[in-house]
Write a new protein. Structure first.
Length: 236
């Protein structure tokens, strides 16, 4: 913890990569924890375009469940600590794999949302995209005014990231003096590849997680515990 504090004090440019674990203490389940299961389905079997085209109503029912969870969630002390760190840093980028808006609600500003936003919807026919914050969409699957099928504005497994999104994340990771990796199992690519990019460009990399992950052997420090407790301690 003390080493990490020193690296933070010295760093001109800080980047943070967050995953579902950051929102777990707000009551939004991770994909790989047992609370992430909905009915008998594994998230990996629903968050794909194949699953959506096979049964759009089922995938939308799952999104309604997730929308309801996110709508009732509040940022936790980990989200607030990261917003505080941004205010105190010269250059700061928060790269998140999360599709909820809890970082923004906590006050984070320079946020790169790698995997999109659970409140966005996109028409597959006219490609129009807009925000719809209803926790539960009644008519499933929802349709656009043009008659086209709507899909959630998120990136599913096997899909490419949105235009420009990867460039911003990659630049921030390459330029960072310190990369904090928080609450991610670091198995989803290309997001997990940011760790190696930052390390090769000379950054110190610090991981905060409840358990060791796929990247723990490549990093400079591992802080083991809930990020809602460790982040406020680190940044205080
Ligand atoms: P993951 O489910 O694969 O892994 C979660 C990680 O968080 C695990 O390593 C776990 O040990 C750790 N963790 C759990 N609680 C923690 C806590 N309190 N403090 C610190 N660490 C904790 O999640 P992922 O790596 O983000 O990847 C899965 C995909 O899931 C992402 O693409 C993301 O889009 C999506 N997802 C997003 C949300 C969300 O928006 N809140 C929720 C679930 C899944």
């Amino acid at each position: 913890m003390e080493h990490t504090r020193q690296w933070l004090r010295r760093a001109r440019r800080v980047a943070v990569l967050t995953g579902a674990g950051v929102s777990a203490e707000s009551g939004v389940p991770t994909f790989r924890g047992k609370d992430g299961l909905w009915k008998q389905y594994r998230p990996e079997d629903l968050a794909t375009s194949e699953a959506f085209f096979r049964d759009p109503k089922l995938v939308w029912q799952w999104y309604n469940w997730r929308r309801g969870l996110v709508a009732h969630a509040q940022p936790n002390p980990g989200h607030y600590a990261l917003a505080d760190l941004e205010r105190r840093s010269k250059e700061f980028t928060l790269i998140t794999q999360n599709v909820d808006d809890l970082h923004e609600q906590a006050g984070s500003r320079n946020v790169v949302k790698l995997h999109g936003d659970i409140w966005q919807v996109r028409c597959l026919a006219c490609l129009r995209e807009w925000t719809d914050t209803r926790p539960c969409i009644a008519e499933l699957p929802p349709k656009c005014g043009c008659g086209g099928l709507l899909r959630p504005g998120v990136i599913w497994f096997g899909e490419e990231l949105g235009p420009g999104v990867w460039d911003r994340a990659e630049k921030a990771a390459r330029k960072a003096d310190l990369l904090l990796v928080v609450g991610t199992s670091a198995v989803v690519y290309p997001a997990a590849g940011l760790v190696r990019l930052a390390k090769c460009a000379g950054a110190k990399v610090v991981e905060i997680n409840l358990a060791e992950t796929a990247i723990t052997s490549q990093i400079d420090a591992f802080l083991c515990g809930p990020c809602g407790e460790l982040l406020p301690k680190l940044i205080a």
